[in-house]
Design a protein around this ligand. Structure first.
Ligand SMILES: Cc1cc2nc3c(=O)[nH]c(=O)nc-3n(C[C@H](O)[C@H](O)[C@H](O)COP(=O)(O)OP(=O)(O)OC[C@H]3O[C@@H](n4cnc5c(N)ncnc54)[C@H](O)[C@@H]3O)c2cc1C
Length: 361
């Protein structure tokens, strides 16, 4: 009998599994051949404290110290990046709203060009920056948590697609077609499939909506060294561009609702995003070297769903992390662990209530 069966091997599942291994035996089931195959392997890997609804901001703020000083001789997971907001002449109102929302400092277009020489001063009318946005080493986070889980005796089982979930005397019986697992408690960390997994267990779905977000990888524009450039963002998150490993990732910041699936980039959507970026710079867009898409999954109110399923003892929701699943992951995993253990969680009670699945019942 397993104490905790975690369904889903993204950052949510592996974070939950690592933290729950402090409380009992844990097995994590992932359908794919590797951890992080879906949203968690396709993210922009940014930490931006001013991004997201209040509950996410609270969890992200509470996650910073873990990222900066993970302890036990481990290095920080964060590295400097910065965030630069760029607006066109007609976008002043939206630009000001974003300044306030994300606590950015307005700078001149010349100052912005000093950091990013390809900005087009004929189109970019406003610029603002802050330096507290950072890159997260997401691969290392997933690896470290996997190590924590294994050191505690926990297991990761790949190629295990959960197909049926039924009640058993001690908790739950979970069938993957080639194995049956008996567990006292289940954690639903199935990302875009979280409602599908809930329905299998006869737990009322909360209305998780997967939304596609696409990315194109471009060679460094004009052969420049982009490594120290900040992330560039259009007003109202109309597009963004982010240096990564000497390349530039450009996203239309799309959020088209789709069914849960192995997502791919739509060429037309990608072209729209590339055009929005290209308008702001003097370097022409070159043929993308690669493109992909991932699903950001949202509950109807845009706030994650973390906590006990009402009227289904031993079923825990851990889903709907939207576009903030990495930056909020450490505090979220501690919250889940504390709720499961029956301890008072760290976040304020209003944050815990905002995240609670009970708000949908
Ligand atoms: C393009 C993009 C950019 C992003 N940028 C950022 C960013 O800069 N910063 C940030 O913090 N966040 C970002 N995010 C969001 C972040 O990536 C997600 O919030 C996070 O990865 C969600 O993790 P997850 O574990 O819930 O989902 P996933 O990583 O999708 O994991 C869910 C897993 O469950 C498995 N599963 C589903 N059903 C079953 C089943 N029946 N049986 C077994 N396994 C199952 C799936 O195979 C999948 O591997 C971005 C996301 C995208 C797509």
């Amino acid at each position: 009998m397993i104490d905790f069966l975690v369904i889903g091997g993204g950052v949510a599942g592996i974070g939950a599994a690592a933290h729950l291994s402090e409380l009992g035996s844990v097995v994590l089931l992932e359908r794919e051949t590797a951890l992080g195959y879906h949203a968690s392997g396709r993210s922009a890997a940014m930490f931006e404290e001013g991004y997201g609804p209040p509950a996410i901001k609270a969890l992200s703020r509470a996650s910073r110290s873990f990222f900066e000083t993970p302890g036990a001789g481990r290095e920080t997971y964060l590295s400097p990046r910065g965030l630069m907001l760029l607006g066109k002449a007609e976008e002043r109102a939206g630009f000001e709203a974003d300044l306030a929302e994300m606590d950015l400092q307005e700078i001149s277009v010349e100052q912005a060009q000093a950091r990013v020489p390809i900005l087009n001063p004929d189109v970019v009318s406003y610029a603002a920056i802050h330096e507290t946005a950072t890159d997260i080493d997401t691969d290392r986070l997933m690896l470290e948590w996997t190590k924590v889980l294994r050191q505690a005796g926990g297991e990761v089982r790949l190629r295990q697609e959960v197909r049926a979930i039924t009640r058993s005397a001690a908790g739950w019986r979970v069938d993957t077609g080639d194995a049956v697992y008996e567990a006292r408690q289940i954690v639903n960390a199935a990302g875009a499939w979280a409602d599908v997994v809930a329905a299998m267990a006869d737990v009322a779905p909360v209305g998780i909506e997967p939304r596609r977000r696409s990315m194109a990888q471009l060679a460094a524009p004009a052969g420049l060294d982009v490594r120290d450039w900040p992330m560039l963002m259009g007003v109202n998150e109309g597009w963004y561009a982010k240096p990564q490993a000497g390349k530039l990732l450009v996203s239309p910041a799309d959020a088209d609702p789709v069914a849960p699936q192995d997502a791919w980039a739509d060429d037309l959507v990608l072209a729209t995003g590339l055009a929005r970026y290209e308008e702001m710079v003097t370097a022409p867009v070159t043929r993308p070297e690669a493109s992909w898409a991932g699903l950001r999954s949202f509950a109807p109110d845009g706030v994650p769903v973390m906590g006990a399923a009402p009227a289904a003892a031993g079923f825990w929701w851990y889903a709907g992390q939207g576009g903030y699943g990495f930056q909020s992951a450490p505090a979220s995993a501690r919250l889940l662990r504390d709720l499961v253990a029956g301890r008072t969680p760290e976040p304020e009670s209003e944050t815990v209530a905002a995240l609670s699945p009970a708000r949908f019942s």
